[in-house]
Design a protein around this ligand. Structure first.
Ligand code: ATP
Ligand code: PLP
Ligand code: MG
Ligand code: NA
Ligand code: MG
Length: 294
């Protein structure tokens, strides 16, 4: 009977599993989280302490689940992964999960970096390109990650759409470029290839930029996209509108809560998102953002 998603990511502070598990639970999912790291706080702070799970330790957990016939999952979500050996083990996990449930949906947030900088070892890029992207069902790169995975710069909406087409050809039927910074605009581009060989249905959502830095937003967005696109499997536009609307409500609440507490949100780049305080916006988002079809 147990058919929940399984998540592999994690740290304390609202990044990784801490920003992904609670929203999925609010949307009604049973979630089995595996923390790929156990840190004192997220890496946006000046220092951090803790342990990193290695690939063999991940496989131990998976083997334990398998030995008890518990390895029956509908979805696998992966986020921030920092070692090549761990990423290769994740590929074995995908294979194992699919041998049990061939319909398993693998939602991959290919976390590589942002704003022109890699924050994982460079050898991970080719593993994502050659092995991970081909087995992903849904991919949620940011602009920098989409550039790394396609080998082409994205300087326009047209480039973004081309990147989606390239990624569909490599594997996933759903691609969401979660943030595209063009001039002063922030865009999300979604692309759904409903059958292999068909041209994908593509759309954008324009998002007003808040002039602050948040952490955990990519993780939260990918979790919300998983949650809503499972409820609306043929409507990535709608799933994205719901996900973006929840996320923006969380961000606005975060800023106003910091201000109301007498704290200047401009004075830090480690704003902790106000997730627990935003339950209603996650369960029943007011759709304030609409997808525009291309
Ligand atoms: P990852 O690094 O996890 O792959 P990412 O770089 O796409 O993901 P973010 O840059 O955090 O993650 O963006 C994810 C979403 O968060 C965006 O689509 C946007 O909706 C929202 N977001 C993040 N920062 C801001 C901001 N300053 N103003 C408005 N929206 C924001
Ligand atoms: N996951 C972990 C464990 C992290 O430490 C970080 C960064 O601090 C992230 C994910 C990335 O978070 P974001 O969603 O802001 O990209
Ligand atoms: Mg980003
Ligand atoms: Na992303
Ligand atoms: Mg990010």
């Amino acid at each position: 009977m147990k058919q929940p998603p399984i998540l592999v990511d994690g740290a304390s502070g609202y990044v990784g599993n801490k920003s992904a598990v609670f929203p999925l639970q609010l949307l009604g999912y049973d979630v089995d989280p595996i923390n790929s790291v156990q840190f004192s706080n997220h890496t946006g702070y000046p220092t951090f302490k803790g342990q990193v799970l290695d690939g063999q330790q991940l496989l131990d957990i998976i083997n334990g689940l398998e030995a008890n016939n518990l390895l029956c999952y509908t979805h696998l979500l992966t986020g921030y992964i920092r070692s090549k050996s761990f990423l290769n083990k994740v590929l074995q996990v995908v294979e194992k999960l699919r041998s049990i449930n061939p319909g398993l949906i693998y939602v991959c947030d290919p976390v590589l970096g942002d704003e022109g900088k890699l924050y994982v070892p460079p050898e991970l890029v080719s593993v994502y390109c050659q092995k991970v992207v081909p087995v992903a069902s849904m991919l949620t790169p940011n602009q920098f990650e989409a550039e790394k995975l396609t080998g082409s710069r994205i300087n326009s909406e047209k480039d973004g759409l081309k990147a989606c087409n390239f990624l569909h050809d490599a594997g996933p039927s759903k691609v969401v470029i979660t943030s595209l910074h063009l001039d002063d605009k922030l865009l999300l581009i979604g692309s759904h290839q409903k059958s292999k060989g068909l041209s994908p249905e593509q759309f954008k959502i324009v998002i007003p930029k808040i002039p602050l830095n948040f952490t955990g937003t990519g993780d939260l967005l990918t979790a919300l996209l998983l949650g809503w696109s499972n409820k609306f499997p043929d409507d990535l536009d709608k799933a994205s509108e719901l996900a973006v609307s929840s996320l923006q409500a969380v961000l606005h609440r975060t800023v106003s809560d910091y201000r109301n507490a007498g704290f200047n949100p401009e004075s830090t780049n480690s704003l902790e998102i106000r997730l627990i305080q935003s339950q209603e916006d996650i369960r029943n988002p007011h759709v304030n953002f609409t997808a525009e079809k291309y």
